[in-house]
Design a protein around this ligand. Structure first.
Ligand SMILES: Cc1cc2nc3c(=O)[nH]c(=O)nc-3n(C[C@H](O)[C@H](O)[C@H](O)COP(=O)(O)O)c2cc1C
Length: 472
């Protein structure tokens, strides 16, 4: 699997990296600079001098659609098509070609245990104080690790989870662990609490890009995200066992913090300038204790600026939306396409088009979307027919304007799951939902008149040529 330093090589080769020797401060200066670059769709950044000390701090790695593909080593279209085929095999009787492809897919999902690896080259010589960890926004409570891969195991069945959760640095041995209440790490901790145990945790910093991508991806609980990272990159991943924790982690990562979280302990975390464009309020979160920090001798520290649009995670989220569409279609077969607008922070607003075959199907799909994986965080779902391109906001708004009666076609669900970051919801983690059924209605759905005929020219063959002649 391609590691972070191989990624730097690729970025250099394709002129998508600026290397900065000028000394900048980890306190706000670097985040200001990076934000300025990422808002304009600029390149990845490698800071080599931070707070007067030589270091290597890598930022804005996934800051464009092109770079996401470059770093994963495959096009998003190709990965999504592979997912479609993989799920398609389950739907129909597989043939020999399917079998051969499945064999290739399975090989790429291998997680290979190795006796050692570069991530364990050094230990004992540095602490968190030596890393260029950033304070991003003026009102932030302190320094935050923003691009970690947090690895835990389910205390009941031993399955692994990876998640990217920010970590506020309290001191050189302890940090906060901001896993939100519905996320994998938080669920593992609740299970550990029930068993009266601490939860062992490995935090990988500077993971291979496919592992970071997989960690952020909304996989169903219990599915191995290391295997998914291999699938995405088309090559199995090498792991090494922890020394002080019963967990394995990528052997070619830049750094790992082995440690634990005690379910009985919490501490105030935040405020933190979040991707909502607001500070998330201080709240109680679990505390991560570091037992051992291992790293490559010449380690690279990776971070991101979480903030208002257009930040790095916009490009990661768009790729995730494309790759997971086949999974949504598998669960809700009438779905044609799904679009999560950036302005809705990918979490809050969902446009979905369907092939409608029976009355009530628009609402049914709306409810199914609100019940599918991390789509449970969606606040507004707009369901349209398949003649509408959900990627075109104008078409979606036209469908809302011409195919809905608010009284008949809007369903409000009073209370369901809300994203912990949603400060506007009625209560923390609990809030309302709205489904707008903007599909064409029939009489069973309360529309008793005849639906009008849509306007359309029928002179295509003659007039298209004429238009072309005049340059249109
Ligand atoms: C830069 C970045 C920071 C994130 N920070 C958090 C966080 O602090 N807490 C959280 O619960 N999710 C955070 N997420 C989202 C999770 O990584 C994402 O929901 C992931 O799918 C969680 O995986 P899980 O459901 O397996 O736990 C962040 C995502 C990105 C891209």
């Amino acid at each position: 699997m391609s590691d972070l330093r191989a990624a730097i090589g690729k970025l250099r080769k394709s002129s998508q990296l600026i290397e900065i020797d000028e000394d900048m401060s980890s306190d706000l200066e670097i985040s200001y600079f990076t934000n300025g670059v990422q808002m304009k769709g600029g390149p990845a950044l490698l800071f080599k001098m931070v707070d007067g000390r030589p270091t290597r701090l890598l930022m804005n790695v996934f800051g464009s659609a092109e770079r996401v593909e470059l770093l994963l080593g495959r096009s998003i279209g190709e990965i999504a098509a592979g997912m479609e085929k993989l799920l398609g095999v389950v739907e129909r009787r597989p043939g020999l070609a399917d079998g051969l492809r499945l064999f290739g897919d399975m090989r790429s999902m291998a997680v290979n245990e190795r006796g050692g690896g570069p991530v364990k080259e050094s230990y004992g010589d540095i602490t968190l104080d030596d890393l260029p960890i950033l304070r991003t926004w003026p009102g932030d409570a302190g320094k935050f690790i923003t691009m970690p891969v947090v690895i835990t195991r389910d205390p009941e069945d031993g399955t692994y989870n990876l998640g990217t959760y920010r970590m506020q640095v309290f001191d050189r041995e302890t940090t906060a662990m901001h896993w939100q209440t519905q996320k994998g790490g938080a669920i593992h901790l609740r299970k550990a609490a029930k068993l009266g145990r601490e939860l062992e945790v490995a935090v990988v910093l500077g993971a291979p890009p496919a592992v970071t991508f997989s960690s952020i991806s909304p996989l169903p609980a219990g599915m191995d995200k290391l295997a998914f990272a291999g699938y995405v990159a088309g090559k199995g991943i090498d792991v090494v066992n922890g020394d002080t924790v019963g967990l394995h982690y990528p052997s070619d990562a830049e750094m790992v913090l082995e440690g634990y979280v005690d379910p009985r302990e919490t501490r105030v975390e935040g405020p933190f300038g979040d991707h909502t464009g607001y500070y998330s309020e201080p709240d109680l979160y679990p505390v991560f204790h570091i037992r051992r920090l291992a790293h490559r001798r010449d380690y690279i520290y990776q971070a991101t600026v979480v903030g208002k649009l257009w930040n790095e995670d916009v490009h990661i989220s768009r790729a995730i939306e494309r790759i997971f569409l086949p999974g949504i279609r598998f669960l809700i077969p009438e779905v044609v396409d799904v679009f999560l607008p950036e302005e809705g922070l990918f979490n809050d607003i969902c446009f979905v088009s369907i092939r409608k075959l029976y009355p009530g199907q628009g609402r049914k799909v709306g409810m199914a979307i609100l019940s599918s994986g991390q789509m449970m965080f969606t606040k507004y779902v707009v369901v349209v027919d398949d003649d509408i391109d959900v990627r075109d906001r104008k078409q979606v708004l036209w469908a809302v304007a011409t195919r809905t009666d608010p009284y008949r076609d809007v369903e409000i669900i009073r209370s369901s799951v809300a994203d912990s970051l949603d400060h506007a919801s009625m209560n923390p983690d609990v809030g309302g939902k709205m489904i707008i059924d903007a599909t064409v209605k029939g009489k069973e759905e309360g529309y008793t008149r005849a639906w009008p005929k849509g306007i359309k020219f029928e002179l295509d063959s003659l007039m298209k040529e004429r238009l072309k002649k005049y340059g249109y």
